[in-house]
Ligand binder design. Structure first.
Ligand code: GLA
Length: 391
């Protein structure tokens, strides 16, 4: 379904659920990360781009203090009704993402007095590691800013509000990458972000004779949240140990050479591996962006492959299905690089593939995957899209 059809459906359903009248329409994208995985909460670099897939909302302000939320992604599109006050209570349902944003905004002192009706629809496959939840959060912050004229909220604040919701309300202690990409994305560009200082650059992402292809393993990353928080605290432990030698707050401050010099201080093998990944992945990300600037796609691809090996062996956030997908991809002529993308434990791979090899790649991995896992893969060719905006 194209954007036009989505918007028509959203407006029609909105009227069915909530009645006639004016509605405003908003969109926030998902993201794919090209390299720099599990570096964002380690003060390192990331290199994501926003997608043209994402989440849409149709919204209307009300005169009373009632809030009604529904989603066309839920089977029955059931309405959840709450008040401005009770919207900050947890529900243990999908509305915890928008509720978390309302809570985060209140904490920041943005008083929401009147309620609203909202209907969401997203076209990012849930659990695929392409940040459907970040897009839902950023989208909510975006329409709240618009409805209540919170003009002081800048575009980048939408990302911080979304991250606070995810981390402190939902409880997944995420970094800033996903919400940043969703809020700040630009057509045909990837974002090179230093998460420590929040300095960033847009880099054109038009590859001459190749495309970025996402392959959805269809394995839902259900374990992700608890394992994610564990990885994060393992990295914090490494920082506190290495602090004996270096005065650091994050692993992103270390070069691989500095890390190698001090790594014997970390006696726990698991913690040492996690820390190694965080330090080396950060260096790889910086090198990959340098290579891209120099139009050296081959080096970029090699670094993507190394990133995968590190995520598989040292950070342990991959799974057998994704390891097969990458290993098969590496064997195909014209595949420049391929790795797991996002938080891990399922989800998608991201690959750079020469235009004339894309069909062969699709056919080969599709057939192998179907015969080994009895599951049909889905593919998306990436079109880097705009960040969150009103339509
Ligand atoms: C999830 C988190 C991000 C980031 C990635 C891993 O998507 O939300 O902040 O840590 O995992 O790179």
């Amino acid at each position: 379904m194209g954007e036009k059809e989505i918007l028509t459906m959203l407006q029609d359903k909105f009227k069915e659920l909530y009645g006639d009248g004016e509605v405003s329409l908003f969109f926030a994208p998902g993201r794919v990360n090209l390299i720099g995985e599990h570096t964002d909460y380690n003060g390192g670099h990331v290199f994501p781009c926003a997608l043209t897939l994402g989440t849409y909302a149709a919204v209307r302000l009300r005169g009373d203090d009632t809030i009604r939320m529904a989603s066309l992604n839920m089977d029955d599109a059931a309405i959840q009704t709450m008040t401005v006050e009770s919207a900050s209570d947890k529900s243990s349902t999908w509305t915890d993402y928008p509720r978390g944003v309302l809570w985060a905004m209140r904490e920041k002192g943005y008083a929401i007095d009147k309620g609203f009706d909202v209907l969401y629809y997203g076209n990012i496959p849930a659990g695929s590691g392409l940040s459907s939840s970040a897009s839902l959060e950023v989208l909510t912050a975006l329409y709240i800013r618009d409805l209540y004229h919170f003009d002081k909220v800048e575009q980048i604040d939408l990302a911080f509000l979304g991250q606070t919701a995810e981390s402190d309300f939902v409880g997944m202690k995420c970094g800033i990458m996903d919400q940043f990409a969703s809020a700040m994305g630009k057509e045909n560009a990837a974002m090179f972000l230093e998460t420590d200082t929040m300095q960033f650059d847009y880099l054109p992402l038009v590859l001459d004779d190749a495309k970025i292809v996402i392959t959805n393993s269809m394995v839902k990353h259900e374990l992700a949240s608890s394992e994610y928080n564990t990885r994060r605290s393992e990295c914090e432990k490494a920082v506190s140990i290495l602090n004996g030698k270096y005065d650091i707050k994050t692993l992103g401050e270390l070069t691989p050479e500095q890390f190698d010099e001090a790594k014997t201080l970390i006696s726990d093998e698991t913690i040492a591996k996690r820390a190694k990944h965080a330090v080396y992945e950060n260096a790889r990300t910086i090198a990959a962006v340098e290579a891209l600037k120099a139009n050296d796609i081959a080096t970029f691809g090699r670094l993507m492959n190394e990133s995968h090996v590190s995520l598989r062996d040292d950070y342990a956030v991959s799974c057998p299905e994704i390891d097969d997908l990458t290993a098969w991809a590496w064997e195909i002529d014209g595949v420049i690089g391929s790795r797991i993308t996002g938080g891990g434990f399922g989800g998608c791979t991201v690959s750079i593939i020469k235009n004339d090899a894309i069909d062969a790649y699709r056919d080969t991995v599709k057939a192998k995957y179907a015969s080994k896992y009895d599951t049909e893969l889905e593919f998306y060719v990436v079109d880097p899209g705009e960040g969150a905006h009103k339509i």
